[in-house]
Design a protein around this ligand. Structure first.
Ligand code: SF4
Ligand code: SF4
Length: 501
């Protein structure tokens, strides 16, 4: 037995009274956890390969399977948890950086769950969203600071390009390559049906999806993969990715085995070659450099498209956002430390960055204090899990939110957190043709539309309860929020009172 044997995290429990030996679980598991044991004449499992994705559990025709967390334990304590011990064993064995996917799972405070929403009672009556109009449409982009008129008193149009969203929700950047073709098609079609936008991420835009351009944000990241004139012109907006919440301060890496076929063509990267995005943009070392890129992109697209600058939420995020607002960007996207990813070094994911709630509140306040809040819109992202999180984010100052993990869950993701292996059993984070076809874009699109439509109904109900009939009236309206169990410093940064005050 090797010294670093690690007992599997999960155990496959098979009810042999129910199992009919159909071998569906074996065929469905890309990790090859199930197999038929000829000698024993029954199905068995290699639990070391199980990632707890629930594919077999969901498709077993006789409900014969369940996956349970093992109760095997180390002699752990609060300092040396079983996880910490296992990670030491893994690194001592491999000498490598630990990799993970999806967002930070650690037990840091989730401020959304410590903030409560107001409701009208006797005065300022609530509004019934079934009987009265309720506006969830928002426009993202610079707003003019004044109305301009010519000598004859006619209005001089001075509105910069805007993005129109029917609901203040966008699908966040997830590249073709990290996601499958069918996942991208589901997102693009759902965005078009919902009147919102999805984001290409840094993987370029597949030629089949140019037709969804009105609902597409095209991203320019440090690797500049797939960036060319037609690509920039294809989208409704361009996003410069400076940082990402799951891995602030470092670049990206799509392994060569995922750079196949159309992914290679779309990224403009040779098949089988690793696509490595550098940590910095090699032409940006100051706000002035950023300004040059912002205006180069505007120039390249006839000043017709808003430019978004996306940053990770980090310690001095408010000062950075202030600089970005002055760089000419139209929209700032802030990604909190719980934001998802297809692959990130575990240590970075779990220890770098700050919560989106605190970052958003401090950025909104700083821009207001400096009198430049109207010169940019703010998109907040990094683990928006429900319509209540959307309402709280808007009340803290966001114009709209990015969702990614929630959207993947709607597509069937079971948060097994092994996207980096490329063996997603739900056809989402994979390029294997046999797995990709498991995700039906018709169904994927419909489920995304259902999710956002359900959220829209709930947002209207919550706004109505507050006596507010538009997102615009809710934006930055922190009087509608109260904190529970937060200390004075946290309340001060969030700019809200404690419950009972
Ligand atoms: S899918 Fe269910 S019934 Fe079929 S072999 Fe596996 S456990 Fe048995
Ligand atoms: S996208 Fe697929 S691999 Fe990634 S967490 Fe979800 S189910 Fe697992």
């Amino acid at each position: 037995m090797p010294i670093d044997f690690i007992y599997p995290d999960y155990e496959v429990v098979r009810n042999y009274d129910r199992c009919v030996g159909c071998r569906v679980c074996e065929r469905q598991c890309a990790n090859e956890a199930h197999y038929f044991d000829e000698a024993a004449g029954k199905m068995m499992a290699d639990e070391s390969k199980c990632v707890n994705c629930h594919r077999c559990v969901s498709l077993c025709p006789t409900r014969a399977l369940k996956i349970v967390k093992t109760d095997h334990t180390f002699k752990e304590n609060y300092n040396w948890t079983g996880e910490a011990i296992q990670e030491i064993y893994r690194q001592a064995g491999s000498g490598g950086v630990l990799l993970s996917s999806m967002g930070n799972p650690k037990n840091f405070p989730v401020y959304w769950d410590k903030i409560l929403i107001n409701a009208s009672q006797v005065t300022n009556p609530s509004i019934d969203p079934l009987r009265e109009p309720m506006e969830t449409r928002v426009y993202l982009g610079k707003k003019p600071s004044c109305v301009e008129r010519d000598e004859k008193g006619n209005l001089i149009p001075n509105l910069q390009p805007q993005l129109k969203l029917e609901v203040p929700v966008l699908f966040s950047a997830m590249s073709y390559g990290s996601l499958s073709y069918n996942a991208h098609e589901s997102l693009a079609r759902a965005a078009a049906q919902l009147g919102i936008l999805y984001n290409t991420g840094e993987g370029g835009l597949h030629e089949d999806f140019y037709r969804y351009g009105k609902n597409t944000i095209v991203q320019v990241a440090s690797g500049r993969f797939g960036v060319h004139k037609d690509y920039l012109s294809a989208g409704a907006a361009i996003e410069i990715k400076m940082g990402q919440g799951a891995k602030p301060g470092i670049g990206g890496h799509l392994p060569g085995q995922k750079i196949v076929g159309d992914v290679s063509k779309t990224r403009m990267v040779t098949e089988g070659t690793d696509a490595i995005s550098p940590a910095p943009h090699h032409d940006i070392y100051s706000i002035e450099d950023l300004r040059q890129l912002v205006y180069s992109l505007k120039e390249a697209t006839n000043y017709e498209k808003p430019v978004i600058v996306k940053i990770a939420a980090v310690h001095n995020v408010a000062a950075i956002a202030s600089g970005i607002a002055r760089s000419g960007a139209d929209i700032i996207a802030i990604d909190g430390f719980r934001g998802g990813t297809g692959a990130a070094p575990t240590r970075i994911r779990d220890n770098v960055g700050i919560p989106i709630e605190l970052a958003l509140a401090s950025v909104d306040q700083r821009l207001r204090d400096e009198g430049i809040r109207g010169s940019v819109s703010i998109i907040a992202g990094g683990s928006i899990r429900s319509s209540a999180d959307v309402v709280k984010a808007v009340a803290l100052g966001a114009d709209a939110v990015y969702i990614a993990t929630s959207a993947l869950l709607a597509l069937g993701c079971h948060l097994c957190r092994t996207c980096q292996t490329g063996k997603c059993n739900w056809g989402i984070a994979t390029q294997r043709p046999d797995l990709v076809k498991r995700l039906n874009p018709d169904i994927g699109c419909q489920r995304l539309v259902n999710l956002v439509t359900a959220w829209q109904h709930e947002i209207k109900e919550m706004m109505g309860g507050m006596g507010i009939n538009s997102i615009e009236a809710l934006k930055g309206n922190r009087l509608m929020l109260r904190g529970v169990g937060l200390n004075d410093r946290e309340l001060s940064i969030l700019g809200i009172k404690h419950a009972g005050e």
